[in-house]
Write a protein that binds this ligand. Structure first.
Ligand code: FES
Ligand code: FE
Length: 423
């Protein structure tokens, strides 16, 4: 028997049904009600810096092309030929003057206009090229983060981001005084539902347990920084499904604490930067930024800004999710700085890293448990005894609670119920 959508989460938001992760009909509804209906992150501007640069991304079940035209304007285009519907571009990234469909050769410009039909005879007087551009999505950006949506009526992006904007502003200082630049990416899939990843970004509680191998790979001082469960960190519900988890408060604002002693693990970097002739202030700024953000920002439904990377999730099916980790550094920053950022990224996130492989095993196990055939509640109530309200009226608590997950589920319930009522 199927559980109705409005009974998937308790009214208190403290439990979810196992079927949240396993019901394929629910998955289809989520793609319609959430991914086709809200702002979804598709790119950072630095991924397509030049005229003709493009990348492909996913919005729920759809593939889109994010392209920069000759005037440097950015377009988000549905990756689906207007002729017989074939996907036009299967590459992750590239540079192209036009997009030519491989099936019958219809050619589209960087802005999606249909330019050429190579064997035109059968279409003369049948098709008006102007009426068949690639479908163009609504797109807006904030701090270089490009979001797109199929929903023509949704609020402006900045209203949707709301309380998250302040944290995006802080995160974009990760270039150490230089503009943010993506430094490369890797992708992997795990056999589990997309919400298991969504929940994880603000789950501090797992850190000392499943990330033992990461912690054991650190020197003593650094390991102490990552012992943040008892610290002054917090989790805050930022509204609209977004949340932030501050693990290491002293790393949050890179313009502060610049006079702090340089940690031993960054002495070699500092020496290299000094040898290159950078002054003390710049060395300190770069060393501060090299350590990563000290907080995780979860933007509903598909992107997180964390430490030294963006983490993007793409639901593939009810029990498969693709994760993309995009390393970030500074555009024009000294190479020693960007190298340190990439090492930090690899150390935790890389396929051979000490962090993410352990996470993804845990996510797989949650999926296995959820799919074991027992209809059972899964708890989202950790730390509900600790919740307070801050002066913005937002729920917040020590780093140990599940406020971030609850924030995401509040938005999930709102969007899914609205769709059910409209159906
Ligand atoms: Fe694209 Fe025919 S499907 S040209
Ligand atoms: Fe983790």
């Amino acid at each position: 028997k199927r559980i109705p959508v409005n009974q998937m989460v308790t009214p208190e938001g403290d439990k979810v049904q196992s079927e949240m992760y396993t019901d394929s009909e629910l998955f289809d509804k989520e793609m319609d009600a959430i991914f086709d209906n809200t702002w979804v992150w598709v790119a950072h501007e630095s991924e397509i810096p030049n005229k003709g640069d493009y990348k492909t991304a996913r919005i729920g079940r759809h593939s889109v092309i994010v392209s920069r035209d000759r005037k440097m304007d950015i377009h988000v285009l549905l990756n689906r030929c207007r002729h017989r519907g074939a996907t036009i571009c299967e590459k992750h990234k590239g540079n192209a003057r036009s997009f030519v469909c491989p099936y019958h050769g219809w050619g589209y410009g960087q802005d999606g206009t249909l330019r050429a039909i190579p064997i035109a005879g059968p279409y003369e007087g049948v098709v008006d090229k102007e009426e068949l551009p690639l479908i163009s999505l609504r797109m807006e950006s904030y701090q270089g983060m490009i979001f797109a949506t199929f929903n023509k009526d949704i609020e402006p992006l900045e209203d949707f981001l709301g309380g998250a904007k302040k944290w995006m502003d802080l995160f974009m200082k990760q270039g150490g005084g230089y503009p943010i630049k993506t430094l490369g990416e890797h992708r992997f899939r795990f056999p589990g539902n997309w919400k298991i990843q969504l929940e994880n970004t603000t789950d501090a509680y797992h850190f000392p347990i499943i990330h033992k191998s990461f912690i054991s790979s650190l020197d003593g001082d650094t390991a102490e920084i990552f012992d943040f469960l008892e610290g002054d960190g917090f989790v805050e519900d930022l509204g609209n499904g977004h949340s932030v988890m501050v693990m290491i408060p002293e790393l949050v604002d890179l313009e502060e604490n610049l006079d702090d002693p340089i940690p031993a693990r960054f002495e070699a970097l500092a020496a290299e930067l000094r040898a290159e002739g950078h002054d003390d202030d710049k060395v300190r700024r770069l060393v501060r930024a090299a350590a990563g953000s000290g907080f995780n920002l979860n933007l509903f439904p598909n992107v997180a800004c964390s430490m030294a990377f963006f983490r993007v999730l793409a639901p593939i099916s009810v029990n498969e999710t693709e994760i993309q980790h995009i390393a970030i550094g500074g555009d024009g920053a000294p190479s020693a700085f960007n190298k340190t950022r990439i090492r930090l990224h690899e150390h935790f996130q890389g396929p051979m890293g000490f962090g993410t492989p352990d996470d993804s095993e845990a996510w797989e196990r949650v999926q296995k448990g959820a799919g074991s055939g027992m209809s059972e509640w899964i708890l989202v109530n950790r730390g509900q005894n600790l919740v307070q309200q801050n002066d913005m009226g937002n729920d917040y608590s020590t780093v140990c609670s599940e406020i971030g997950m609850k924030a995401a589920y509040k938005q999930w319930v709102k969007m899914m119920n609205a769709a059910e009522q409209g159906a």
